[in-house]
Design a protein around this ligand. Structure first.
Ligand code: FA5
Ligand code: MG
Length: 422
């Protein structure tokens, strides 16, 4: 319910979301648009661009094996609920109580204790605590943010975390006599400055930083075939849960795009996970839409939510490594008409039908799909149903205009193929 005077939504005492009741309070600010998008899981929807992109990221990390076990090093988690606690989203990763990122104006709260996760970092501590030393966590995240072609209130992130103990970090390092160096992750009386946290040795931090940056630059080399011709840069950044921290940007047509945030995990975050004594690690958070927009040339972030077949059909393929460049579809509405036929003699080759439809409908035909085909024993006849999707690039077609073209196509089919229109 909307209160036109206060211009706010009036909430009932409880909200039922995903079969669970949540009490509302003065923090509640979720809206019907957000709730209506719940559970779509675009990243797990087959043939969606975000599905192809996450497949490619999975493949890249899957190749990295644990040297002792020869099994993949990284676990991949993509099905955690986006409804999290304030503890998970902020406290667990050491976000100060007065930090701006907690405000109502930046997040979608269900109530003062519960919100739609603002980032996949909300799951870092739980996943580390569950025993994972290297993982990806993929999911939808929610933010009240500016509205423009690259920002949308729901987008997708891929979190990456890798932890190292002393053996793993310094494995390769030996001195001139072939003995293992006595290198340490932690040292007492160390200081915090721009390059490292207090308690960490500089050599440990530099190795973790190198691993992080190498992992990310190699990932983008596999995602962007032209990576070597793209300019990229590391920008110093700040996050409450990493130090030092960076953002990674790439330049396209003279504009810089921020693709991710990352850094050396704050030791207090690892302490919250129960591993603070032995491990050091890196973490990153990729913005998946940003990467997919560049990879596929998708000009507007709203398109990821499109159910328009002109958009989705461009991503209908099995091999996620296939290079695709998105071709803009018209802004005018589609009109869908089906064509069902009994074939008196031989089955129609769909390619012949496509030709015929195209020759009559011209550029008003956006797509033709063979959506049903069977053979009827008793009638001894083939049946086919085609879905014809009409759309003009430059105007809204009238129903009447389309019916005339469709009728024309039916007449030509009867003449050319010896069929009965059903
Ligand atoms: C974060 O969300 C941190 N959790 C990332 C991180 C993880 C840092 C682990 C350190 C360690 P940030 O708010 O910058 O950071 O978002 C990360 C990425 O998400 C951005 O680089 C951008 O690619 C993408 N992004 C951010 N806001 C939006 C938005 N409104 N729409 C689309 N993409 C966005
Ligand atoms: Mg950022």
């Amino acid at each position: 319910e909307y209160d036109p005077i206060k211009q706010t939504i009036i909430y009932p005492p409880e909200l039922l979301i995903n079969n669970k009741n949540y009490p509302t309070d003065s923090w509640t600010n979720v809206n019907p648009h957000i709730l209506s998008r719940l559970g779509q899981n675009l990243h797990r929807q087959k043939n969606h661009p975000l599905y192809h992109l996450t497949n490619r990221i999975r493949q890249y990390f899957y190749q990295q094996k644990d040297p002792r076990k020869q099994s993949p090093k990284f676990s991949i988690i993509d099905n955690l609920s986006p409804i999290v606690t304030v503890q998970q989203n902020f406290d667990s990763i050491c976000t100060p109580n007065d930090h701006v990122s907690r405000t109502k104006s930046m997040n979608y709260y269900i109530n003062k204790d519960t919100l739609f996760r603002a980032h996949t970092s909300a799951h870092q501590v739980d996943l580390i605590r569950s025993g994972l030393n290297a993982f990806l966590c993929i999911g939808d995240v929610y933010r009240r943010d500016s509205i423009d072609p690259t920002h949308y209130p729901i987008f997708h992130q891929c979190e990456g975390v890798q932890l190292f103990n002393k053996e793993e970090l310094f494995m390769e390092n030996r001195n001139v006599r072939g003995e293992k160096d006595n290198l340490q992750i932690f040292a007492p009386n160390e200081y915090r400055d721009a390059t490292k946290q207090e308690g960490h040795t500089l050599e440990a931090v530099k190795l973790v930083e190198a691993s992080l940056k190498q992992t990310i630059t190699d990932l983008f080399k596999t995602l962007f075939p032209n990576a070597s011709t793209l300019n990229s840069r590391w920008i110093d950044a700040t996050f409450p849960f990493t130090h030092p921290s960076w953002e990674y940007e790439i330049e396209i047509d003279g504009k810089w795009y921020e693709l991710l945030g990352c850094g050396i995990i704050e030791q207090s975050v690892l302490e919250n996970s129960g591993l603070g004594k032995d491990y050091i690690g890196w973490a990153f958070g990729l913005g998946l839409e940003r990467i997919a927009m560049i990879m596929y040339g998708i000009p507007d972030i709203r398109l990821f939510w499109s159910t328009d077949s002109g958009f989705l059909s461009q991503f209908q393929f099995e091999d996620s490594t296939r290079p695709v460049q998105y071709k803009p579809v018209s802004a005018y509405p589609q009109c869908i008409n089906d064509l069902s036929m009994w074939m008196n003699k031989t089955r129609i080759d769909p390619l012949d039908l496509y030709d015929l439809v195209r020759s009559i409908g011209g550029d008003l035909i956006e797509q033709v799909l063979l959506i049903d085909e069977f053979y009827h024993e008793k009638k001894d006849k083939h049946s086919q149903t085609y879905r014809i999707i009409y759309r003009s690039m430059d105007r809204t077609l009238t129903k009447n205009e389309i019916n005339m073209i469709h009728k024309d196509i039916e007449n030509h089919c009867q003449k050319q193929f010896d069929v009965e229109i059903r």
